[in-house]
Design a protein around this ligand. Structure first.
Ligand SMILES: Nc1ncnc2c1ncn2[C@@H]1O[C@H](COP(=O)(O)OP(=O)(O)OP(=O)(O)O)[C@@H](O)[C@H]1O
Ligand SMILES: [Mg+2]
Length: 251
């Protein structure tokens, strides 16, 4: 019996959706920022303090939205060797990706996958052996970024979480900036602060903290009908949900 093929994340992508609008808003902030030496932000690592906060989903949506809305050349790289997800989200092969490049087994050019958008390409995590730890090749990673910058305007790395996996320290030191994702209402403030401190200590530049899955804790915020039809009236002042957001975000 033939197995049913999973739907690619492209089938869920809607450029008018709240998620796509938020992705463009994030990019608008990033594109106005520069590195400490004045150069523009061209490579971004997306990570979070802990597991399952939505890094891969947001990295994928962010990359698609920016390629689609700006026409810039965008490359999405799965840099999570332990829990690779980009291959699943886009229905592509895991093998022939980042680990193969970092081991020196394959050249960068042979690992770049085409997508339905001509200006959006992907590199999967690569061949992963569960019995052998993947050693992060920092020099190889820096070289990959330098080469990719010739062909792409924005390189997005879907990373492992900061606290349980040390690879992110090496990645954040090489990229232009780091976005820290926080699942709204889930990750305790102290845990996020610890993650921020670790990135700060690794020479990584934090571009900002992105709150994910806000809809679950703050329904009216994402209700675009609410804004369309009732924008001129006042937003409820005493929202329990707003308190959750204020207490959970880092100040
Ligand atoms: N904003 C959101 N709204 C609803 N579901 C979400 C949202 N963001 C992520 N998810 C869901 O949460 C789950 C975990 O997401 P994802 O795999 O992107 O997290 P992750 O941080 O990359 O996890 P890991 O630490 O394992 O790499 C998935 O089932 C995803 O569909
Ligand atoms: Mg992931």
């Amino acid at each position: 019996m033939r197995s049913k093929k999973r739907k690619s994340i492209f089938s869920y992508y809607d450029r008018e959706s709240a998620a796509a609008i938020e992705m463009r808003r994030i990019y608008s902030h990033i594109s106005r920022m520069t590195k400490s030496n004045g150069s523009p932000i061209k490579s971004v690592a997306i990570t979070s303090a802990t597991l399952g906060e939505g890094k891969s989903t947001v990295a994928a949506m962010f990359s698609i939205s920016i390629a689609d809305s700006t026409g810039k050349n965008v490359l999405l790289v799965d840099s999570d060797f332990r829990r690779p997800k980009i291959n699943e989200l886009f229905n592509i092969n895991l093998k022939g990706g980042l680990t193969d490049i970092l081991r020196g087994d394959l050249p960068l050019s042979s690992c770049i996958r085409e997508t339905i958008f001509s200006n959006f390409k992907i590199i999967s995590a690569g061949k992963i052996s569960p019995r052998h730890q993947v050693f992060f090749n920092k020099e190889g990673f820096a070289e990959l970024i330098n080469k990719a910058k010739y062909h792409f305007d924005l390189i997005v790395f879907d990373c492992p979480p900061i606290i349980p996996v040390s690879d992110v320290m090496d990645i954040s030191a090489e990229v232009d900036g780091v976005l820290i994702l926080v699942k709204a209402g889930k990750t305790p403030k102290e845990v996020v602060k610890r993650a921020v401190d670790l990135i700060d200590g690794s020479e990584g530049e934090i571009l900002g903290v992105v709150l994910n899955d806000v809809e679950r804790v703050l329904p009216y915020y994402y209700d675009y009908n609410y804004y369309n039809y009732k924008y001129k009236t006042s937003i409820p002042k005493s929202s329990r949900k707003r308190k959750i957001i204020e207490s959970d975000t880092i100040k």
